[in-house]
Design a protein around this ligand. Sequence first.
Ligand SMILES: [Zn+2]
Length: 204
Amino acid sequence: MTDLSDAVNALTKPSRTKVIRDDNTTVTVHHDPLLAQLEQAVTSAIGNGGGGGSATGSVLNDEALYRLTVIRTQLGDWCRLVNVKHDRQDAVQSLRRWHVAFLGGTGEADFYVKALRGWAYTIVELLDPPKTVPLAGACPVCKAVNWVGPDDTLRASPVAVMYDHANPYRSVRAMCRVETCDAEWVGADSVEELVEEMSEADHG
Ligand SMILES: [Zn+2]
């Protein structure tokens, strides 16, 4: 399979992930295509009266609407270039149609692969951001006890453990969020050691 097909499939095909639960059993979770998930995020916001319920929900919906608008506009341009119909309500079908027409032409794929990967990354980050668990205490590397948050305020607990919802064990990592430090711990073993080290320091 080519890079372009991979990039198109990542956005237009349903997917499955195995999620390992706390009791070590696994469940298989089915996901709609990424583009469909983005459309649903926007539609559900309108169904709720447009504003969304909680503050975070509303921010997510604004961002989703913005991202979807950008993607629709770009996809519309691409469809025009290869003379296929662009359905504004169905990005999955539109992208598939574009892909078939594009493969029949002589266009250079690199630009599109890059753009499509960017869309997929953006949607995943938006709809399923990594989970963050701050660790109390000083960073063992830079010894800082505070860090500057994205909103420029001083915050406690510079070191945080992060993991992706779909694959907590394999994706687990920790990092110091002090800009000049950037210490990072990758993998379950090193994160476990870090947590032990920090809780010992905390108690003694
Ligand atoms: Zn640090």
